[in-house]
Design a protein around this ligand. Structure first.
Ligand code: PRP
Ligand code: URA
Length: 214
């Protein structure tokens, strides 16, 4: 990804992330390990995606002296998983941001049209005042993520970040084209989509691998 062409896309190529993504891709990785890896990767991603959070100066008394220091002072956070695979990323983020509220957007991709179909939505009431982290392991055609972003922006969310584990170039292109004011974080950008809309090489169906449904 050329950062000049895509200033709002961050590919997180940290060695720990690349190592964990490799195990996640492996067809031999079972549901338990898959879930653990998704959680760990989400936590590592949250570390990077919160880099621009605001701080305020304060003082603290150490066992030795009083000193000035910093604490988080910006907006509160909302984590919004796109159901169902996004659920796997929530706990990792909450370990770093335990005060965050969690909203849910239920979307599934129609297997024929590949278009997102909405079936559930429950958001924190003050979503317009929060930094919003939308989470979903896979960004394929970009239809689900774009629909979720538009949905949240229509409800007043102004600070929106999208955290995905694996993205297809087609999905990034779609979100960049159809959504304003969103930053995308991905652990990997893969080669392409196949004729069924699956990311290649990818990791298969993230929801099925998380929940053992296939
Ligand atoms: C997967 C994935 C994304 C979506 C990505 O969900 O978790 O939400 O597909 O595809 P897109 O970029 O082409 O929209 P899926 O629809 O399989 O539902 P699930 O999470 O319930 O398995
Ligand atoms: N959804 C998935 O779970 N995997 C893909 O490769 C594409 C969409």
């Amino acid at each position: 990804m050329d950062p000049k062409k895509y200033p709002n896309v961050t590919v997180m190529d940290h060695p720990l992330i690349q190592h964990k993504i490799s195990i996640l891709r492996d067809v031999g990785t079972g549901a338990k390990e898959f879930r653990e890896l998704v959680k760990e990767l989400a936590m590592l991603m949250a570390y990077e995606a919160t880099r621009d959070f605001q701080l305020a100066e304060t003082t603290v008394t150490t066992p030795l002296v009083e000193t000035s220091t910093y604490v988080l002072a910006g907006k509160k956070v909302a984590v919004i998983p796109i159901l169902r695979a996004g659920l796997g990323m929530v706990d990792g983020i909450l370990e770093l941001l335990p005060a965050a509220k969690v909203g849910h957007v239920g979307l599934y991709r129609d297997p024929e049209t590949l278009k997102p179909v909405e079936y559930y939505c429950k958001l924190p009431e003050d979503i317009n005042e929060r930094d919003v982290l939308i989470v979903d392991p896979m960004l394929a055609t970009g239809g689900s993520a774009s629909a979720a972003i538009e949905f949240l922006q229509a409800r007043g969310a102004t600070s929106v970040k999208l955290l995905v584990l694996i993205a297809a170039p087609e999905g990034i292109e779609e979100v960049v084209k159809s959504c304003d004011n969103v930053h995308i974080y991905a652990c990997a950008v893969d080669s392409h989509l196949n004729s069924h809309g699956y990311i290649v090489p990818g990791l298969g169906d993230a929801g099925d691998r998380l929940f053992g449904t296939k």
